[in-house]
Design a protein around this ligand. Structure first.
Ligand SMILES: Nc1ncnc2c1ncn2[C@@H]1O[C@H](COP(=O)(O)OP(=O)(O)OP(=O)(O)O)[C@@H](O)[C@H]1O
Ligand SMILES: [Mg+2]
Length: 304
């Protein structure tokens, strides 16, 4: 509790728990005046704003190699760097999020769900304010486990994450290419979706197909929605890129994010286990992912 002496305006930070209940007034050490503890004499500190509900964001599209992992890791790292607490969840058997971050957790999502590890053992602190629930080969067994459930299999991931998500400001979920029981699980957990659309290859068709599958899920779960379309591998010199971008703008303009440019540093940074902000903070890749962080956090002032 912050108290301000009404006479000399001296401020005191007081541990509320240490004030005996009988104490009603306090004496200012600076001017010697007594004043009521509260409410009239002392001004209670403005309370820290209540924590916003956690935002659950999935990075999804069935098409492979379009920048899902690059986006998941750098968005999560960027949000953490901006001061938010972030849990990155890798739901891909390739387990690349660990590789990109240069860490080797002893377990991850599978072990959390099967309860082989306690949450504090399964969740690996990868950076300051950034925690990772790793994916990897063991997720194949988890998919079988989900398939074997008679009912409620689609909520397996949600049931595992809901009890612990409130410690974080953001949960970012990286997904595998294709469509499998874990993809469905992700869509039964996240509320917002970022879909990377590579401008190098024709992914518009992939986007349309993904949206069809998503609408099938939305019949059962209204909360999940496509919120951001993120063009990736953008190269202004290539006419095809500009054409695809124009087409996306016509169709989904309101969801369109500023494109992530093709940047060699983005493809090099995983080999040394670094995020783009660590590997090449001055690169266009870092600049573009900082822009995405500002857009997602809805705060133009971040990193400025
Ligand atoms: N903007 C970019 N510029 C250059 N290279 C990039 C860019 N974004 C991603 N890459 C590289 O392209 C490759 C594919 O990216 P990434 O692994 O993020 O795609 P993905 O959609 O997760 O793939 P998968 O479907 O296999 O999981 C990686 O080698 C990555 O480093
Ligand atoms: Mg990936």
């Amino acid at each position: 509790m912050l108290l301000i002496c009404p006479h000399c305006k001296q401020q005191y930070n007081i541990d509320e728990g240490k004030i005996p209940p009988s104490v009603k007034t306090v004496k200012c050490k600076n001017c010697g005046q007594q004043f009521p503890l509260q409410p009239a004499g002392g001004i209670a500190a403005p309370k820290t704003p209540p924590k916003q509900p956690v935002r659950r964001i999935g990075v999804c599209i069935s098409k492979g190699g379009v920048g899902k992992t690059t986006t998941s890791v750098n968005l999560a790292a960027g949000l953490a760097f901006a001061g938010f607490k972030v849990l990155l969840v890798d739901t891909d058997t390739q387990g690349q999020d660990s590789f990109v971050l240069g860490v080797k957790p002893k377990g991850g999502l599978t072990e959390l769900i099967t309860e082989e590890l306690k949450p504090e053992e399964a969740i690996f602190k990868a950076r300051e304010r950034l925690w990772l629930l790793a994916g990897g080969k063991s997720l194949a067994g988890l998919k079988r486990l989900i398939d074997r459930k008679d009912f409620g299999g689609e909520r397996t991931l949600a049931e595992a994450l809901e009890p612990l998500e409130n410690q974080y400001d953001y949960v970012i979920v990286d997904t595998s290419p294709g469509w499998d029981p874990l993809t469905v699980n992700v869509l039964f957990y996240v509320n917002e979706i970022i879909t990377p659309v590579s401008l190098e290859i024709m992914t518009l068709q992939g986007l349309v197909e993904f949206l069809k599958s998503l609408s099938a899920i939305q019949k059962h779960r209204k909360e999940v929605a496509l919120k951001y379309i993120l063009p990736t591998f953008h190269d202004q010199r290539v006419k095809k890129c500009t054409n695809i971008l124009e087409k996306i703008e016509q169709l989904y303009g309101h969801m369109l994010c500023k494109p992530i440019r093709h940047n060699v540093h983005l493809s090099e940074s995983p080999s040394v286990g670094q995020t783009i902000f660590e590997f090449a903070p001055g690169s266009t890749g870092a600049e573009d992912y900082r822009e995405l962080v500002r857009k997602v956090a809805d705060n133009d002032k971040l990193f400025r």
